[in-house]
Write a protein that binds this ligand. Structure first.
Ligand code: FSX
Ligand code: SF4
Ligand code: F3S
Length: 313
C-alpha cells in the first residue's frame, strides 16, 4: 500500500493526476483487448508491481529512434518503467557505465538471469563477412546476438530493423543485414515501426506481467492487439470520406475523397499497425493526421517494397 501511495505521489509531483493515470490505464486495457474489469489490475502493474523482470537491451544497426521514442513515452515515465516495472540490467544508450564496466555488466546479467531475462533488441544484424559490418566492444553484432539471445526467456524485437531488417537491409545491403529472427534462426516477438509506438512495448510488458504470458501473435510475430488491423481500416480520413456529413461539408463525394492521401502514395491499406488509435507523442497525432501519407514503416521489407514513397500504390 505504501508503495502504491508513493507511486501516486510521484505521479502528482510530475503533474499527472490519479484520474489521468486511470484514463491511461483504461486506454491501455482496451488496446490490449481486455475487458474493463482489468483496469484496476493494469493500474496495479504500475503502482504496486509484484515482480520486476530483468531486461537486457541490445543495440545493433539502427538510428536509435526506437529508444528515443521510448524515452519520450509519458506514461509510464521512463524512470518508472526502468526502475519500478522492469529491471533494466543493460542498455547502452541510458546506462551510466561505459567501456569495460558496461561489458562486464552485460556478461554478468546474462549469466545471473539466464533463462529468465527479457532481451529487447533494436537494430538489424550484419551477416556477411562474418558479421564484419557492425561491432560493439570488438565483437560483431552477430556474435553478441548468438551469445545473448538464446539465453533469454523471450526476445522482443523493438522496431522494424530488428523485426524485419528495416532500413539497414534495404538494397544493395552490402553488409547482409537481416532481422534477428533470420540472422539467428529463432522466433522473436516483433514490435515493428520506424520508430515503433512505445505503447506497444508497454502493452506487451503489461500483458506479460498481468497474465504471465506474452500476448497473442500473428504469423509475423506481431502482437495482435496492436497489429491486427490495417491502418486504412482505422483511418479517420476514410471515415470522413465515407461520411455523409463530411461529403456535404466538402460539397461533393469527389472533393471529400480528395481528403484521403491515397493518391499521394499512402500505404495505409497495406500496413498493419494501430497508429490511428494509439497515436504518438502522448496521443497528439500520427502521420496521416498530420497530413503525411503512411509510408508503411512497420511492414516487412519496408523501404524497398514501398519506395518511391509518393507514388500511388
Ligand atoms: Fe530501426 Fe530503431 Fe527505425 Fe531507427 O532502434 S526501426 S532505423 S526508428 O532506431 O531500429
Ligand atoms: Fe487509407 Fe491512407 Fe486514405 Fe487513410 S489516408 S483512408 S489510410 S489511403
Ligand atoms: Fe509508420 Fe504508417 Fe504508422 S508510416 S508510423 S505505420 S502511419
Amino acid at each position: 500500500m505504501d508503495r502504491e501511495k508513493e507511486f501516486y505521489e510521484r505521479l502528482e509531483r510530475k503533474g499527472v493526476s490519479r484520474r489521468d493515470f486511470m484514463k491511461y490505464c483504461t486506454a491501455l486495457t482496451a488496446a490490449l483487448g481486455l475487458s474493463s474489469s482489468f483496469v484496476p489490475k493494469v493500474a496495479e502493474v504500475f503502482a504496486a508491481p509484484k515482480q520486476r523482470p530483468p531486461v537486457i537491451w541490445l543495440h545493433f544497426a539502427e538510428c536509435t529512434g526506437c529508444s528515443e521514442g521510448f524515452l519520450r513515452s509519458a506514461y509510464p515515465f521512463v524512470d518508472e518503467l526502468v526502475l519500478e516495472i522492469l529491471s533494466v540490467e543493460y542498455h547502452e544508450t541510458i546506462m551510466a557505465a561505459a567501456g569495460y564496466q558496461a561489458e562486464e555488466q552485460l556478461h554478468q546479467a546474462a549469466e545471473k538471469y539466464k533463462g529468465k531475462f527479457i532481451c529487447v533488441v533494436e537494430g538489424a544484424v550484419a551477416t556477411k563477412f562474418d558479421g564484419g559490418y557492425g561491432k560493439v566492444a570488438g565483437r560483431t553484432f552477430l556474435e553478441i546476438a548468438k551469445d545473448i539471445c538464446p539465453k533469454a526467456a523471450a526476445v522482443i524485437c523493438l522496431g522494424s530493423c530488428s523485426s524485419f531488417g528495416g532500413l539497414p537491409s534495404a538494397k544493395p545491403n552490402p553488409g547482409g543485414y537481416k532481422s534477428v529472427s533470420d540472422a539467428l534462426g529463432i522466433k522473436t516477438l516483433n514490435i515493428p515501426g520506424c520508430p515503433p509506438n512505445p505503447i506497444n512495448l508497454v502493452g506487451t510488458v503489461v500483458n506479460y506481467l498481468l497474465l504471465g504470458k506474452l500476448p497473442e501473435l500473428d504469423e509475423l510475430g506481431r502482437p495482435l492487439f496492436a497489429y491486427g488491423k490495417a491502418i486504412h481500416d482505422q483511418c479517420p480520413r476514410r471515415a470522413h470520406f465515407e461520411n455523409d456529413e463530411f461529403v456535404e461539408e466538402f460539397g461533393s463525394e469527389e472533393a471529400a475523397a480528395g481528403y484521403c492521401l491515397y493518391k499521394m502514395g499512402c500505404r495505409g491499406p497495406e500496413t498493419y499497425n494501430n497508429c490511428p488509435i494509439a497515436k504518438f507523442n502522448d496521443g497528439t497525432s500520427w502521420p496521416v493526421e498530420a497530413g503525411h501519407p503512411c509510408i508503411g514503416c512497420s511492414e516487412p521489407d519496408f523501404w524497398d517494397k514501398f519506395t518511391p514513397f509518393y507514388e500511388e500504390m
